[in-house]
Every structure is written in structure tokens, then in C-alpha cells.
Design a protein. Structure first.
Ligand SMILES: Cc1cc2nc3c(=O)[nH]c(=O)nc-3n(C[C@H](O)[C@H](O)[C@H](O)COP(=O)(O)O)c2cc1C
Length: 407
């Protein structure tokens, strides 16, 4: 793909991989992009503004308080003129600054003062990359809509060091830039998709409720991955403690009945993906006052909640594609197959949420990883264990294959 007419703002951070950003500038310009560069103070310890300026054929920006550039508020203008901001190398420090919203030099101020899409190519020592602080910042930035390419696994520039943390190669970064700037990578453009996520809370009295261990991580990641492919995503979320995904319209609900109503209101849609762990039952009567101790122990009489997936699967406004998640603790595939027909779904994504599912403490629910089986009328496809974001990406691609772009 040509990048002709596209304008890239390249923020170069202070890591050894800064030398690779010189090649990146060259590759981008070969493809017709114009490249403006901002260098951090630390970046200038590794490569010079002179070589960056020579390759980009433009002034290189290094100072926040530059009288020449700031007479027209240069730090705001720099990002406004760009189609995409690329941070390469993205140091642990730059990731931390943007995740925290710091703006104490030109690079961080430009990033914070911009509403343009951001692509980061992290590069750092494997221990820095594996540090919980960096992991936290990565999760925050992803939730804020920042895209990432790499890092790769391999030898570090420092002798004797190897592991995950090598900056992606120039051509990989170029490919990531092209895919973000090309409309062709949006196979779900024009498609409306409903996703449910998280648990539901079923009130017993004004302060108590019945809930389950769902964190919403898988459903939210799926909503984000679908939006990434261009879909108009409506996420109906139960009570969760994770942020709303970027680029998605979110309706927050508490109970299964509220979730059901929200989904009904959102129909018609092209696809529905029902990931939420909806409570099967609710207390028959919610008391207005807090139940008091000291009297006879109350008996909780439960009644069944509406079955949201089956309701949509058999609805007169049924979406073209209906996918349900089946969390099971035994006979996972057997139960998923039965659900397929009963719920009127095209696909059941089955996962074993038992504690001995091999997924570490707490199992799948609340955890970071998932191992799922894609059950359709044609058969079962077993996916290997992977991060929930990866499951989400693969599932979004599967949705795109089934209900591709509206013409
Ligand atoms: C030789 C050397 C190599 C470094 N390489 C990296 C690196 O690859 N990634 C990184 O995140 N920090 C690296 N650092 C640390 C950063 O330079 C330091 O955190 C700096 O404050 C980053 O500033 P910046 O984010 O404004 O560019 C390195 C430091 C030195 C001295």
C-alpha cells in the first residue's frame, strides 16, 4: 500500500533501538509518507537530530519551550497535522508517562494534547517489559485505544541479554502503520454488533445481591477487537471494575432483566455476541428494606431470569450471526452442543471455567487467559490457550469472515 499523502508524527524515545527509527523514517518516506519527528532528550543521547532531520527532510522538534516553534503553540499543531502518531522506540518511560497522563516534555505533551490515533513500538530490556508496572501501563494504554506493534522476542542490543523486548523491525512497523491507515483493514465497517459482558447482580435487598466471578475481561476485549475491525459496537456491560473499551458505545446495567431489556432495544443488529455471565436465577422478591439479623434465617426463593441468548436466537429480529459463550465446569463440549440448538445460536464458544481447568489461580473467570472450543453445527474447533485479547482478535476475525462488510 502507498502511504502517499499521509502524514506521520514519529516520536523517538531514548533507547538503543532509536537507531532503527532512522531506517523506519526512510521506509516511510519511500512509500510517500511525510514524516515529522519529535525526539526526547534521552533519544538525542543515542542518535542525533542532524541525522533524523536529514532523513526526514524536515525540522526536528526537541524542546517544549522553544520560542521559535511555540509562537503558534507548536506542540498542539504538531499532532493536529498528523494522520497517525508513531512512538518508536516506545521506552518504558514514555509508556508510563502517557498511561499516567504526564506532560513534562515535548514528546509527552504532544501525545497528551492529541486525539490522533497512536501506535507504539515498545523496546526495552526483557525485565523492564515483564515488570508489573509496565504491564499495568500497557493494559491502561490499550484500554485508552493505543495500538501496539511488538515487541519481539530475541537478542537484546546489550550483550548476553535475550527475551521479549526487542523493537519490531522497520517493515513490521510500516505494515502496522499501513493497516491502521488503510480502510481495507476494516472488514466490519457498516456492521452493527451487540456484545454483552461481565456478570449480573441480582438484588436480594438494597445492599445485598447474588453475583458471579465474571470480570468482563473477555467480553470487553471482544467488543474492542470488533471495533478495531470497524464495527459499530454496542456493549451491554454488567457491573465490572475494568474501563470501557475504546471506540465502543457502552450501556451499563446491573441485573439480567436490565441486560435483557437493553439488548432488546438494540435490535436489529447484524451480529450478537453474548459473553456476559448472566445469572440464571434471581431472588423472587427484592425487599425494600435491609433484611435484619436476629429473626428466623430467611429462605431465598429463586425464580428464573430471562434467557437472553435464547431470546435473541429465536427472535423475529434475529441477527444474521448469533454467538453465545458457555461457561461449564463439566462435560464442556457435550453441554455446548446441546446449547447450540436449544438457544438458536450459530456458534457456541465453550470454555471450562472449573478451578482445575489448568488456567492458574482463579481459573478462567477473572483470569487473563482462556482456552476455548468453537462449537458449530459442523463440528468443534479447539483453540489453544491464549491471552483473552488474542481470543478476542481471532473471534472478531471469525465474525468478519461470516458477516463481512455491508455493500
Ligand atoms: C545505554 C542505555 C540504553 C537504554 N535503553 C533503553 C531501552 O531500550 N528502553 C527503555 O525503555 N529505556 C532504555 N534506557 C533508559 C532510558 O533511556 C531512560 O528511561 C530515559 O529516561 C527515557 O527517556 P524518554 O522516555 O524521554 O526517551 C536506556 C538507558 C541507557 C543508558
Amino acid at each position: 500500500m502507498s502511504l502517499y499523502g499521509k502524514s506521520i508524527l514519529l516520536v523517538i524515545g531514548g533507547g538503543i533501538a532509536a537507531y532503527k527509527s532512522l531506517d523506519l523514517i526512510r521506509r516511510l518516506r519511500e512509500r510517500g509518507a511525510s514524516v515529522r519527528c519529535v525526539m526526547t532528550q534521552a533519544a538525542q543521547e543515542f542518535i542525533t537530530p542532524l541525522s533524523v532531520g536529514a532523513l526526514s527532510a524536515d525540522h526536528v522538534f526537541t524542546e517544549l519551550f522553544d520560542r521559535q516553534d511555540e509562537h503558534d503553540v507548536g506542540h498542539i499543531r504538531l499532532s493536529r497535522e498528523a494522520d497517525l502518531i508513531v512512538v518508536a522506540p516506545a521506552t518504558a518511560d514514555l509508556m508510563a508517562k502517557l498511561a499516567a497522563g504526564l506532560a513534562n516534555d515535548l514528546a509527552s505533551t504532544v501525545l497528551l494534547a492529541s486525539d490522533k490515533p497512536v501506535l507504539m513500538a515498545p523496546a526495552m530490556n526483557p525485565r523492564m517489559w515483564a515488570h508489573p508496572a509496565t504491564k499495568r501501563n500497557l493494559a491502561t494504554l490499550k484500554a485508552d485505544g493505543v495500538a501496539f506493534v511488538g515487541p519481539n522476542t530475541g537478542e537484546m542490543a546489550e550483550s548476553g541479554e535475550a527475551g521479549e523486548g526487542r523493537m519490531a523491525e522497520s517493515l513490521e512497523i510500516v505494515a502496522a502503520i499501513e493497516s491502521r491507515l488503510s480502510g481495507a483493514a476494516k472488514p466490519l465497517a457498516g456492521r452493527k454488533i451487540i456484545v454483552t459482558s461481565g456478570p449480573t447482580h441480582e438484588a436480594i435487598d438494597p445492599v445485598r445481591y447474588i453475583a458471579n466471578r465474571s470480570s468482563g475481561k473477555q467480553g470487553h476485549a471482544i467488543a474492542a477487537a470488533l471495533a478495531e475491525l470497524g464495527a459499530e459496537v454496542h456493549l451491554v456491560s454488567g457491573p465490572v471494575s475494568i474501563p470501557d473499551p475504546h471506540g465502543v458505545s457502552v450501556i451499563h446495567v446491573e441485573s439480567a432483566r436490565q441486560m435483557h431489556e437493553a439488548v432488546e432495544r438494540l435490535l436489529p443488529a447484524d451480529a450478537g455476541i453474548f459473553v456476559a455471565a448472566v445469572a440464571d436465577w434471581r431472588p423472587q422478591a427484592e425487599t425494600d428494606q435491609k433484611m435484619k439479623k436476629g429473626v428466623a434465617s430467611p429462605a431465598l426463593k429463586l425464580v428464573e431470569n430471562p434467557d437472553i441468548l435464547a431470546g435473541v436466537g429465536h427472535h423475529e429480529k434475529r441477527p444474521e450471526l448469533v454467538i453465545g459463550f458457555a461457561a461449564e465446569t463439566q462435560d464442556v463440549l457435550e453441554n455446548a452442543r446441546k446449547k447450540l440448538a436449544r438457544k438458536g445460536a450459530d456458534i457456541i464458544v465453550a470454555n471450562d471455567v472449573s478451578h482445575d481447568s489448568g488456567m492458574g489461580t482463579g481459573g478462567v473467570m477473572g483470569g487473563q487467559r482462556n482456552r476455548v472450543h468453537i462449537v458449530t453445527a459442523e463440528g468443534v474447533e479447539d483453540w489453544p490457550e491464549m491471552a483473552k485479547e488474542e481470543v478476542a482478535k481471532r473471534l472478531a476475525q471469525l465474525v468478519a469472515d461470516r458477516v463481512g462488510t455491508k455493500r
